[in-house]
Design a protein around this ligand. Structure first.
Ligand SMILES: [Zn+2]
Ligand SMILES: [Zn+2]
Length: 421
């Protein structure tokens, strides 16, 4: 390797700094010596950089000292990079991974020494210890394992804690997207910790720590977590329906997240079948597929119209209902946060558009209404009026207090054509 092929400038200034680095009383490894010039040239390692610069001095140098094991800047971490690789591999033993990101934590004295020596030698081209170590650690790890270093979206993070002499690992979550239909009016979307004991287990929850025996989250992410040998799960839905509402039609998009998975390559078709078999008609999932962490934000941010079916009880003549529904179709509601959720949501006014409302059935005191409305509309309150907190509302328009017997979400109008949401 020559200075010509690497673009390393061999100016008097560079020669001067090279002499100063050689003259330092602190012992330095070839990596840390070359790093004073780290931002100069390309396509070579720092020890190679140092080699070229030294031979360029064209002066009779004292016989080269053996590479010190205790470098004043890195403490010998670069010379022992293979030991760091071994430590890293021990920490993630038993985990499946194909991509990784390396990081490092240094003592303040390492960083301070480096900065002080930059000043002493007058180097303006120094590369930081951390950047160089992370890169060399990553290169060595890739060589040893054949796995791929990624800056973003890696499966694990390996952090070398240099002063402590150990590697810490973070195993990133595994994500699956899909759609769920909920056919059971007694289960919530997510695991709901017991209000009395906050999850520790008490008499109220019969030791389960939960308000409800199961949830869409547990029925979906539970089997995935078992299959991936994770240590927990999270569930992210595109909105949520009330516990007593069914979710029908094509179902609701979700992302299930498995925490700290040991296994990352699952037979997704078999997992889907397993989930549906175990949930025995309480829920049904479709379109299960692996996805990225970014999809969590996407599924939570997307807002789409929804269609509902409400069965209502009230003694009202058919004509009067139809007249009221005509008035409500296309109307903008003003909804104050409903009383039933006010304990956990901010009390505010929201404006929501009703696209369409129509009656589909009437028998005695019961009638069925189908509604298509903007995301975030409180449908039960649209019917009852919630003590006047929703304006206008069906009860006031027909002049009789109405009761919601049942509510189903019929459809979420996300990307009907093409890609699943
Ligand atoms: Zn060093
Ligand atoms: Zn409890």
């Amino acid at each position: 390797m020559t200075s010509a092929s690497t673009g390393l400038p061999l100016s008097p200034e560079v020669r001067e700094v090279t002499r100063k680095v050689l003259g330092l009383s602190e012992p330095l490894c070839t990596e840390c010596s070359g790093r004073f010039f780290g931002k100069l040239g390309h396509g070579m390692s720092n020890p190679e950089r140092w080699e070229i610069l030294q031979s360029n001095l064209q002066e009779t140098l004292p016989a080269p000292l053996p590479t010190p094991s205790e470098c004043a800047i890195c403490g010998g971490a670069f010379a022992r990079i293979d030991a760091w690789v071994e430590r890293a591999l021990r920490v993630v033993e038993g985990y499946e991974w194909s991509t990784f990101l390396c990081g490092s934590r240094w003592g303040p004295e390492n960083l301070a020494t480096e900065e002080a020596l930059w000043a002493t030698t007058g180097s303006k081209w120094g590369e930081s210890l951390r950047t160089a170590f992370n890169r060399e650690f990553g290169k060595a790890l890739a060589r040893a394992t054949g796995k791929v270093a990624l800056q973003e979206g890696s499966e694990i993070l390996l952090l070398a804690d240099v002063p402590a002499g150990r590697v810490e690992s973070t195993v990133f979550s595994l994500y699956f997207r899909g759609r769920y239909r909920k056919l059971d009016r007694t289960i919530p979307q997510t695991r709901w910790p017991c209000r009395v004991c906050r999850g520790r287990g008490c008499k109220r929850c019969e030791g389960t720590g939960k308000m409800y025996p199961t949830s869409v989250e547990e029925l979906t992410a539970g089997p995935l977590t078992e299959l991936a040998q994770g240590n927990g799960h999270r569930f992210h839905g595109m909105g949520r329906e009330d516990i007593d509402a069914r979710m029908l039609g094509r179902g609701r998009p979700f992302v299930a997240e498995v925490l700290s998975p040991k296994v990352r390559t699952l037979d997704v078709a078999a997992a889907l079948q397993e989930i549906n078999t175990r949930a025995e008609g309480r829920i049904e999932i479709t379109e299960l597929a692996p996805c990225a962490a970014l999809d969590v934000r996407k599924v939570k941010e997307e807002l789409h119209d929804k269609s509902y079916r409400v069965v209502v009880r009230g003694e009202v003549p058919e004509e009067k209902i139809k007249e009221a529904l005509n008035l409500l179709s296309g109307c903008e509601l003003v909804q104050r946060t409903p009383v039933r959720v006010a304990h956990r949501r901010a009390d505010l006014m929201r404006h929501r558009k009703i696209r369409e409302m129509k009656m589909t059935e009437k028998e005695g005191q019961l009638f069925t209404v189908e509604v298509r409305a903007e995301a975030g509309t409180y449908i039960k309150e649209l019917v009852t009026g919630d003590g006047g907190r929703t304006q206008p509302n069906l009860s006031e328009l027909v002049g009789t207090p109405l009761e919601v017997v049942s509510l189903d979400v019929l459809e979420i109008h996300d990307n009907v054509e093409g890609e699943p949401w």
